[in-house]
Design a protein around this ligand. Structure first.
Ligand code: GLP
Length: 254
């Protein structure tokens, strides 16, 4: 099935739509302790609005995360969870600290693991303990990376340590005082196979005209092109790209 698109004239509307979709999917699933809803999650500025809205939905008693299990996509190597640039810090600060998810239901790769190979293997195995990832929310890097799967990542890739390419280091240096030398050089990331082969439904949030190139490669680019790892999404039967008009390459009417 081709990748579906939902395009909104503002980032707020796009975030509203995706947050509502996640709330609906979790509530329709009626999760319980023995049948939790498994949710894949990204970091980055694009999903921030979705997290804020999910917190609000929790406060408004429209949703509980008690029986939701989460798997984050990636983490920098070498940053402590208390480091404000770590993805641990981001996730607790922007989301987990404000909802009722039990700590033991939260899974994030440990970028400080002594045995990195074991950490990645164990993470992949933990995902496979669940029947499926019910829903994976993702974001896109400006050059089409998915999680930290950089250009050259294989369709069969699983959770592993990856070396970040210079364009990712440059793009993410905005969170490190605009100093690329402060950005970790490697990260742990779920693979393309981890996402595509275990997930029922994928929704990618893509905001801003700087992402138009990546969005275009994702949808209209060559299928399964390792140069643009997000093009592997064409290989999945249920992917929705939620974007604003800027990322979609359309002029906003507003
Ligand atoms: C990082 C993350 C990706 C994320 C990307 C885009 O590189 N590893 O998972 O999708 O940033 O982030 P932003 O939404 O801030 O542009």
């Amino acid at each position: 099935m081709p990748i579906k698109q939902a395009i909104f004239s503002s980032t707020d509307d796009a975030s509203d739509y995706l947050a509502n979709l996640i709330v609906r999917r979790i509530n329709d699933f009626s999760p319980s302790a023995s049948k939790p809803f498994v949710l894949g999650l990204p970091t980055g500025s694009s999903p921030e609005g979705v997290y804020a809205r999910l917190i609000q939905a929790y406060k408004d008693k429209k949703i509980s995360f008690k029986n939701v299990v989460t798997f984050n996509m990636d983490e920098y190597v070498g940053l402590k969870p208390s480091d404000p640039q770590s993805y641990h810090y981001f996730m607790f600060n922007k989301f987990f600290n404000h909802i009722d998810i039990p700590r033991e239901n939260i899974n994030i790769l440990n970028g400080l693991a002594e045995d990195v190979e074991k950490e990645c293997k164990d993470y992949e195995a933990k995902i496979h303990k669940f029947p499926r990832i019910n829903f994976f929310m993702g974001g896109l890097g400006p050059e089409g990376h998915l999680a930290f799967n950089e250009a050259g990542s294989k369709r069969t890739s699983v959770t592993r340590e990856v070396t970040l390419v210079q364009s990712t280091i440059d793009a993410n240096s905005r969170f490190f005082g605009n100093d690329p030398s402060k950005v970790p050089k490697t990260a742990l990331s779920v693979g393309i196979s981890t996402i595509l082969d275990n997930t029922d439904e994928i929704a990618i949030i893509v905001l801003g005209s700087a992402k138009h190139f990546a969005l275009d490669k994702t949808i209209n680019g060559k299928r399964n092109d390792p140069k643009y790892p997000s093009s592997y999404l064409q290989d999945h039967h249920n992917v929705l790209i939620v974007s604003d008009t800027g990322a979609a390459g359309l002029k906003s009417k507003l």
